[in-house]
Design a protein around this ligand. Sequence first.
Ligand SMILES: [Zn+2]
Length: 415
Amino acid sequence: METVRLYYTDSGLLEFTAAVAEVREMPDATHIILDRTAFYPTGGGQPNDTGSISGAEIIDVAEDEAGRIVHIARRVTDTPTPIPGRTVECRIDAARRLDHMQQHSGQHILSQAFVQACGAETRSFHLGAATSTIDIELQNPTDDDMRAAEEIANRVVFEDRAMHVHLVSEEEAARLPLRKESAVQGTIRVIEIDGFDWSPCGGTHAGRAGQVGLIAVKSFERAKRMTRVEFVCGRRALIDYRLANRSATAVARQFSVDRESGPASVERAIQEGKSLKKRVRELLEIALREEAGRLLDESPMVSAAPASTGALQFKLAKGIFPERDIEELRMLAWKIIERGPSAALLGTQDGSAARLVFARSPDLPFNMGAILAKACEGLGGKGGGKPDMAQGGGPNVDKLPSVIDESANQILAAS
Ligand SMILES: [Zn+2]
């Protein structure tokens, strides 16, 4: 026999008594079936109620194929198992029920509001743990569409329109301006939001629209050729407002401006950051060009005579530059070798690792990639690159001066 659903006619009923019809002991839970219940089972996009049945904690509620509502109780050894035939006292978690009623009733209102604002029908509804979503038939959603639907929905809330439950025949239902067709046969349960919306639905609803509280669209996105609208109602809207206000205020405080000026201040700071970065790069180019010139002035002119080219004269610049990052060292190496026949052997210490950049001007034949690879072995690491520019490193920081000297000797040994 189907369970009598007390929530159909009274969604405010949170404490009730019922007779136990059946008890099933499952491996990790007790399943309880009552002759009547106010517990809402998961369905229609709305999650189940929780609560207790004669002290046993109800953690889930589902409907079976026979239309019976199964209350799933957590197994606790010291709670007596309900006995079939006995009357039990049942209690529903009021905060969870109110939350679900606010989101679910809010969905009815918002769905009708989207029909009136932009002719968009709702195709599905999901009541999530933090926010809910509806998928609506809207091809090119705009902020204005969202605001227009929000305005209509909240007007219905502020007018505190009554919400009625009608149990009607299929013929009677056919004469009502239903927003969507009923999926059930026989007696149809229709939820009317006074003069605004009529929808067949088996869920739990507020008695009046005022109980739903504020209805706010949080975001929207195109999804599967429809528009997915994320929204919050009632207490969730209050919590969301607090969070949004707190983060917006925190951002504004960083700039010592009022809350609404926060985004403009952030935008300005980002632009400033970008132009500063560009300016730093320009100044770095100038400084490194100067530094390269000075280094070359201080570096000796050397000779080498590789077999491939014969006698060559060039500048050999080498040095260790602590606190420089590898990118800056590369830039310095380029600035050196672009000034004439030269080779640069540069090192730095980056945290606990030694780093090397070796480069030479295009007119010299040395393979800096091979010379650097050998130097990196001496540092206990590895590296490589092209014949004219190579980089690498290793953990043996104290070997940095000696590997640079050895690399210099290797270049000069070609003579
Ligand atoms: Zn409903």
